[in-house]
Structure formats: C-alpha cells, structure tokens
Write a protein that binds this ligand. Structure first.
Ligand SMILES: Cc1ncc(COP(=O)(O)O)c(C=O)c1O
Length: 420
C-alpha cells in the first residue's frame, strides 16, 4: 500500500486497478463519493477519530471502522477437539448433528489424491481451472461462468464487497442462513427483512414491495432453505427474477432434493447468481470449497476483487477427486435421503416434537409439550454426546434442527429423546 501511495497519481491508479480489463472503467478512476469520504476521513486527526469512536488514540481499536464496532460476532460451531474436551467425550463418541455435515465424508479418491498431491510448496492456480472445467462439463455451461471460493461463504462476502456501497440494502428472508445478514453488516449494508410465512415459504408480494420501496441491490433466496429445508417454487423464482435486483439463489443443499439445480439459468438471466458447495453432499466441509455460477457481465468484476489464491491446492485437489466418483456421491446422497425419511418419522413419533418436511440433509422440529428447546439441546449433548442445533433468534425460539446422520445416529438420537 505504501508503495502505491508513493507513486504519482495516475500510476498509483493503474496499480490499484491492475486487474481491470481495459473496456471496463475502474471505480477508482471516477472520483467517487467514496473517495471524497476517504479524503475527508484522512483529514481528521487520529486523536479526533479516536475520541469520536469512543476509544483512546493509544488503543488499537480506535482504528476500527465505526460500523464494525456494533457488529455482533458470528457464532460458529465449536471445533471437534474443543467440544470433546467440554463434553468429556472422545470425538468418536460424539454424534454431531448440528452443522449439516456429511457423516460419510468424501469418496476414498479424495484421501488418495491428497496423499500424492503434487506441489504443495507452489501457490495454487488462482483460476482453479481444473475444477472449473470439471464443473462446467458436469453442469453443461461454459467454465467462464464459474468461480470457486473458499466455501460458498467466501462468495457471499465477495459478491457483497463488489456490489454494495455503505448504506445499500439487501433483502433477507428469515429464518434463513444467517451469513447473508452477517456479511451485510460487515459490508456496512442495510438488511431489509421480509419474514417467511408460518410454513417457511417466502413472502413474494412482501419481497416485491420491499424492492419497490427501497431499491435493494441483492436478494438472497435459499433453496432448500436452511433451517427448515423448504424449496423456492419455480414460479416464485421466475417472478422474482423480473425485479430490478440481483437474485442470489443459494443451492447449498440442492443435491438432497428432487429439484434440478438452476446453475445453467445464469446464461439466460443476467440478474441471477447460483451458489453451490462441496461441504454438504460431497462431504468436504473441512476443506472449504464452494462455487458459484454467474452471468458473464458480473463475473469479471468478481475476478478482480477476489484474493488471488483463495482456493488452496488441497481444496482443489480434493474437490476434483470427489467429482471423479459420481457413483459414491450418489450412493451417499441416496442413503442420507432415505435416512431423512426415517429420522423425520422417528421425530414425529416423539410426543413433544413436531418435525417439518425437508428437502435437505436436516430436519427442523418445533419443541412443544412445555419443554424448553435449549434445555433439550443441552441434555442431549451432556447426557448422550449428541449435538443438535438450537437457536436464540426470536423467530426460531422453541425449535431445534437435527442434521441427518447414519442409521446408528438416528437410533441413538431417538433412544435419547425417548429417555429425556
Ligand atoms: C444455505 C447455506 N449456504 C451456504 C453455506 C456455506 O457453505 P460453505 O461451507 O461452502 O461455505 C451453508 C452452510 O451451512 C448454508 O447452510
């Protein structure tokens, strides 16, 4: 950064915009509102900035951007080792049904490929060509539409960094995946909340009204939705695609449904982005690989803004190896779908639980019968070493979400629930 600042103006701009293709104007070349804001901020003495932020000049936190001071930290899942210590159980004695992970893991080809992985000492391919080529062939669209990230999570943030100015809006439809609202807050954007109906379906007229009133830039739709597993109907998606908003369709769990993916639709809809992941059906959550299909006019900007080496050699190697065994992926998917039905039926037989229909690898349950969902979660963890997801958000108070595991996991859970 210092090197860039030391250059005379136009050269500095070139450096900053180094990854721009010539035809597209670089944001920094149009002296923008943001640049004026930055200049104004730079003109304020550090002490004044510090006191305005409520911290002292000697305190490193004085330099934190004001909107981040109010940000509530994302609560991630506890790592296995930490959990194992807290519960006083060996990791292999814990049944982890709280993060929609895949208990079968990836095909054996993944470990084989990782064991002989060439060149871990060399930076990875910044364009993940091998993986994008394989995905393009699998999904029948040119690889130019595809971008791979360190999980779908990275792509959500990347998209927001490219699209949102501070104060811009996104539409969120809770209860849904909480990273959309979290990343919006990190990016200093506003969240327009259009709550789902009681059956967790999206409120299409409500979204249309929000778009008309506030002109948000991004609309996040999740199909199947996390945490309930409901799908977005095709007619609703088509209707929402007519709005002047960039629609991000998150299909992290699509493999577990009977729906086909809308990945290829990005060729016809220039306001559609489809996100996918290797974390769920491919069993690679720990290696962090997600990908997205984007309209061509949009993707070139994402390439410029992404970290060059965002996907490691191990992650790309593992994802390619996973794709090399579609038969395994299909068998695991079928087992989980079959187990989902058994789990849902078992949960429906527990007098104080009401499971919701799900097209994903988890089942959401309302906890009734005068029981407290948080206490139920704690009792399952402490007495039985079974982890399920519980929520503190008001719209999900009184619910737990159970990921689909193996047959033995369902049996252990149902036995524990009968005992509690
Ligand atoms: C709906 C949804 N999208 C995206 C993700 C994140 O996927 P990844 O592991 O690829 O970052 C999750 C993870 O739970 C999810 O539930």
């Amino acid at each position: 950064m210092l090197g860039v600042e030391a250059l005379p103006g136009s050269a500095a701009r070139e450096q900053l915009c180094g990854r721009s293709p010539p035809s597209v104007p670089c944001a920094r070349q149009r002296p923008p509102r943001r640049a004026r804001q930055l200049e104004a901020a730079a003109a304020v003495a550090p002490e004044r900035q510090a006191s305005a932020n409520g911290a002292t000049a000697s305190d490193g936190s004085a330099f934190i951007r004001p909107h981040l001071r109010e940000l509530a930290a994302y609560t991630p899942i506890e790592p296995f080792e930490v959990l194992s210590q807290r519960l006083g159980r060996r990791p292999e004695d814990i049944i982890k049904l709280d993060a929609n992970e895949n208990p079968y893991g990836p095909p054996p080809e993944v470990r084989e490929a990782l064991a002989v992985m060439p060149f871990p000492n060399i930076y990875p391919d910044p364009e993940t060509r091998r993986l994008r080529q394989a995905l393009a062939e699998l999904h029948g669209l040119p690889m130019e539409h595809l971008l791979v990230g360190c999980g779908a999570d990275e792509l959500i943030d990347l998209l927001m960094r490219c699209v949102l100015d501070p104060g811009d809006c996104i539409v969120d439809t809770p209860p849904t995946f909480t990273m959309y609202a979290f990343d919006a807050a990190v990016n200093d954007a506003n969240v327009l909340t259009v709550p789902r109906r009681a059956d967790f379906s999206i409120d299409v007229p409500g979204i249309e009204a929000a778009v008309a009133a506030r002109r948000p830039k991004l609309l996040f739709l999740t199909s199947p939705n996390n945490p309930d597993g409901s799908l977005v109907a095709e007619a609703d998606l088509l209707r929402l695609l007519r709005l002047p908003v960039l629609v991000v369709l998150d299909e992290a769990y699509i493999e577990f449904s009977e729906e086909r993916s809308r990945v290829a639709w990005v060729r016809e809809h220039d306001n559609l982005v489809v996100l996918r992941t290797f974390s769920k059906s491919a069993g690679l959550a720990g290696l962090r690989v997600g990908w997205g299909a984007f309209p061509l006019a949009l993707i070139s900007y994402l390439w410029r803004a992404k970290q060059p080496y965002n996907v490691g050699v191990a992650a790309e190697t593992a994802a390619c190896a996973a794709l090399s065994n579609p038969g395994y992926l299909q068998r695991v998917r079928d087992s989980l779908v079959e187990e989902r039905a058994r789990l849902a039926a078992g949960l429906a037989g527990v007098p104080y639980l009401e499971p919701y229909p799900s097209a994903a690898n988890f089942v959401l349950c309302r906890v009734g019968g005068g029981r407290d969902a948080g206490q139920l979660r704690d009792a399952l963890a402490q007495r039985h070493g079974i982890m399920v997801r519980h929520y503190t958000k008001p719209e999900l108070r009184g619910f737990i979400r159970v990921s689909v595991g193996m047959l033995a996991h369902t049996d252990a859970l149902l036995a524990a629930l009968a005992e509690l």
